[in-house]
Design a protein around this ligand. Structure first.
Ligand code: GLN
Length: 457
């Protein structure tokens, strides 16, 4: 389908921007033959996967859902793409997202919105709405996303899926189109916690091509998920309810499912404590400054000269500056432009200390808050998002802040670099839509999340 057809909703959901059925079938058949021949195969061999269109793939277009990269073919595979291929998993295609992963609803895609399979007039979450919808609508059993401030977890929450933002550095970012490099993480989006654990084991691990990659062993995630799901698997686990992310400002149905999950944890033998992350109230402000600053720098390379779209000025002389200006005016959507302007302003010499410098200080305070909280508990818990899926268009008119506020529970973990998982907590009574509950662990303790997630699931 071309983009006009897609925005007209011809395939209903618009989870995919590009599909590669032939290639996928070929891999599946090779795996079948290998299996028949008794060859030893990786655990997920033959299990298909969808990949967020922010991750580069050789032989298939990568667009970041932007006109800037429309039709662009990466000459190389990202590390996670390579790993998926090495695991002999057929790649079904590339999923829709907000342009350059900026947004919480997938409405900022240049190629049409994605719809929530639970209610077609609702947002699928964002930025990774395509991956979450592919999984929740049973178009793909597994998907990869990226999470800079919630883009795996919030779409998972509002579509009834599982989404994981691993410890920063746990999965390579090589070949992931950068949004905000100090916050970006690749992670799984799946229907079950065990699936996410298995996928994390496939794509995780040290990569010398990513300077922030952690040099530590991968897993054991699946084994922990399996243990968590056994009788007594959560016994003695200390779970901290985050005071600042409990109750106030959250939809009634979200609170109800959250409290019910807490009761389930108690009955499974977990110990519930209350903890405080006082700086979390400043997290959104700090996130939107740091993220926009990094965005303004990362997106500077789309200049109409090196790659991607090139647009010549309609009239007048053709200079580098004028080509750059015409290209960026035509290639970026409103949200990308808004963040580039905000970030450039925040980084400018006269304002650096007032904005970027202060935001970095808040980031340090948040990291300290997490460290202090984890002295009192093993994992932290909160709802993933304040509301269930809202109506398409509801938060794109007028004030962009309306959408940003929905990221309150997810951005703090990116600022702290700690891992977080969102799992389904049931449906809200008032609208019958999925609610997500989020667990957070100290850095490097991703395995703990798979244990508690599978235990509660
Ligand atoms: N919703 C957040 C934002 O718009 C998070 C995006 C992301 O995680 N990629 O910045």
């Amino acid at each position: 389908l071309d983009s006009a057809d897609r925005s007209a909703g011809k395939d209903g959901l618009n989870a995919f921007l590009h599909t590669s059925a032939q290639q996928a079938l070929q891999v599946a058949e090779e795996v079948d033959r290998a299996r028949a021949a008794g060859e030893e195969l990786p655990e997920l061999a033959g299990v298909p996967i969808a990949i967020k269109d922010l991750i580069v793939t050789k032989g298939q277009p990568t667009t970041a859902a932007s006109r800037m990269l429309e039709g662009w073919m990466s000459p190389y595979d990202g590390t996670v793409t390579q790993k998926v291929r090495a695991a002999r998993m057929p790649i079904l295609g590339k999923t829709n997202l907000d342009e350059f992963a900026m947004g919480s609803s997938t409405e900022h895609s240049a190629f049409g919105v994605t719809r929530n399979p639970w209610a077609l007039d609702r947002i699928p979450g964002g930025s990774g709405g395509g991956s979450a919808v592919a999984v929740s609508a049973f178009q793909a059993p597994l998907a990869l996303g990226t999470d800079t401030g919630g883009s795996i977890r919030q779409p998972a929450a509002v579509t009834g899926s599982v989404g994981v933002k691993p410890t920063y550095g746990s999965i390579s970012r090589y070949g992931v189109i950068a949004m905000a490099s100090s916050l970006d993480q690749v992670g799984p989006c799946t229907r079950t916690v065990l699936d996410a654990a298995l996928l994390h084991e496939v794509v995780g691990g040290y990569d010398p091509k990513d300077s922030t990659s952690l040099n530590e062993p991968v897993g054991p995630y699946a084994a922990q998920a399996r243990e968590g799901a056994t009788e007594g698997g959560l016994k003695g686990l200390r779970v901290g309810i985050i005071k600042e992310l409990n109750g106030d400002g959250f939809q009634a149905g979200v609170n109800a499912r959250f409290n019910e999950s807490i009761d389930l944890l108690k009955s499974a033998g977990a110990e519930i404590v209350e903890v405080s992350l006082p700086s979390v109230k400043e997290a959104l402000g700090a996130y939107y400054l740091i993220m926009s600053s990094e965005v303004s720098s990362n997106l500077a390379k789309y200049d109409g000269v090196r790659f991607g779209l090139r647009k010549l000025p309609e009239e007048g002389p053709v200079t580098i500056e004028r080509v750059m200006s015409a290209t960026r005016a035509a290639g970026f959507g409103d949200e990308a432009k808004r963040r580039i302007i905000l970030g450039t302003y925040a980084l400018s010499a006269g304002y650096y200390d007032a904005y970027y410098g202060s935001a970095q200080k808040v980031r340090t305070l948040i990291q300290r808050d997490y460290a202090a909280a984890f002295e009192k508990c093993d994992v932290l818990v909160s709802p993933t998002a304040p509301t269930t899926a809202y109506k398409l268009g509801e938060k794109t008119e007028g004030d962009p802040m309306a959408m940003y506020l929905g990221d309150i529970a997810t951005v703090p973990t990116n600022l702290a670099g700690v891992p977080s998982i969102s799992i389904p907590a049931g449906l809200a009574d008032e609208d019958g839509l999925p609610v997500g509950i989020q667990f957070t662990a100290p850095a490097h303790e991703d395995a703990r999340l798979y244990r508690v997630g599978a235990g509660l699931e």
